[in-house]
Design a protein around this ligand. Structure first.
Ligand SMILES: Cc1ncc(COP(=O)(O)O)c(C=O)c1O
Length: 384
């Protein structure tokens, strides 16, 4: 395992990405899903070499990406995927839209499971369909798919579900049982399952992450996974994702997409993804998971100590914390007041759906110092 520690605030403020340019310098930005860690050494080496030799043209038609991802999936998830049944594109969002366009007709309904990553609503619209909300069930201990609700939606004509596995913002890793049941119900109604697995490399060891396409024949028949190195390795600006299939019809659908969909893959994104998924980057990814494990617990301790009114369940995966601040009495969108008065930028809870009222999403993919400072600033506001 390699130790992975965040850059200093001074270095981070030199970055020009959305996280570091959206707000003035007195705001601690913990909103958008970028991380504050240095790149994994293999990525740095691959990109530096590409810059040195001007390797900045189009992505080649034959690349090591699919085979490298297949080996990664086998090592990390015990999931066997066929490199011949994958295609790359610019990003996960584009992969989702391109698949949705082909599995729905204009006006069809697509199930989403709020609270959920806000662009999901827009991606469904972009594909010409309508989102149908079937909220996650809160058991009091964890969040789960509402399989009865999803069945009713399919029965009433919804043509697909856009699954988030692991789930953003709750960090839930869906159980093998619920994914198996989802696959069966989708197969029964001839509906498609598009599984966004962008956060999968960040599932904590022991969380039991299950790739949707690995749960059996039904999933292989109805499912599409869209994966990327971009969240775990912080490569969102480089543009590379993979659409993965495991059945003949689903593979044919992805193969039938115009070559333009694949041409939009960024060359730097591809080089960085190959470096990320290669075995030599595993010690870095393990180090990152260790750091995030410590951060998710630190956040729990800080909130318990300084903001006892905050309700937060430690996520199974990722670096996003879904925090219920309803008890503070700061209204539906507490992040607004926190930004204005505590100078900490969090993602607005209501953007994830009505279930997000009173909530905020906090990005803990950063240093313990920044997490501590952010909670202390919010705590001071609570006390004032
Ligand atoms: C669940 C989920 N899907 C997709 C994305 C966006 O991915 P991309 O930049 O590859 O479109 C994000 C970004 O945070 C995300 O959390």
């Amino acid at each position: 395992m390699l130790p992975v520690t965040a850059l200093s605030l001074e270095e981070l403020r030199e970055r020009t990405s959305a996280k570091w340019r959206e707000y003035p310098a007195d705001v601690l930005p913990l909103f958008v899903a970028e991380t504050d860690f240095p790149l994994a050494p293999m990525i740095t080496a691959a990109l530096q070499r590409a810059v040195a030799i001007g390797d900045t043209g189009y992505k080649a038609s034959r690349t090591p990406l699919a085979a490298t991802y297949a080996a990664f999936a086998q090592r990390r998830f015990g999931w066997q995927v066929d490199p011949a049944r994958m295609r790359s594109t610019a990003d996960v969002s584009m992969g989702i839209v391109e698949i949705l366009r082909r599995v729905t007709s204009p006006g069809d309904r697509v199930v989403v499971t709020p609270p959920v990553y806000p662009p999901f609503y827009e991606l469904v619209h972009e594909a010409g369909a309508e989102p149908e909300r079937v909220p996650l069930l809160d058991t009091g201990e964890r969040w789960e798919l509402d399989l009865d609700g999803i069945r009713s939606a399919f029965e009433a004509g919804a043509r697909a579900i856009l699954l988030c596995n692991p789930h953003n913002p709750t960090g839930t890793v869906h159980s093998r049982e619920s994914l198996t049941a989802l696959a069966a119900v989708a197969a029964e109604y001839g509906a498609s399952v598009i599984s966004d697995e962008i956060h999968a490399p960040l599932a904590q060891p022991g969380a039991g992450f299950t790739p949707f396409l690995s749960v059996g024949e039904h999933a292989e028949r109805v499912g599409y996974a869209v994966v990327s190195a971009s969240k775990a390795f912080n490569l969102a600006g480089l543009k590379c994702a993979l659409m993965v299939t495991a059945g003949d019809e689903t593979s044919a659908l992805v193969r039938g997409m115009p070559d333009e969909v694949e041409w939009r893959t960024g060359q730097f994104g591809l080089l960085a993804a190959v470096a990320s998924f290669s075995e030599q980057s595993d010690p870095w990814l393990d180090g990152l998971l260790h750091t995030l494990d410590q951060n998710r617990t630190l956040l729990h301790e800080l909130l318990s100590r300084h903001i006892p009114g905050a309700r937060y369940r430690i996520p199974d995966a990722g670096y996003l914390a879904w925090i219920d601040l309803s008890d503070l009495g700061w209204g539906d969108n507490p992040a607004r007041r926190i930004l204005k008065e505590a100078r900490v930028a969090l993602h607005y809870g209501p953007a994830f759906g009505d279930e997000g009222n009173g909530h905020v999403r906090l990005n803990f993919g950063t240093s313990p110092e920044i997490i501590t400072e952010a909670v202390e600033r919010i705590a001071a506001l609570v006390r004032s």
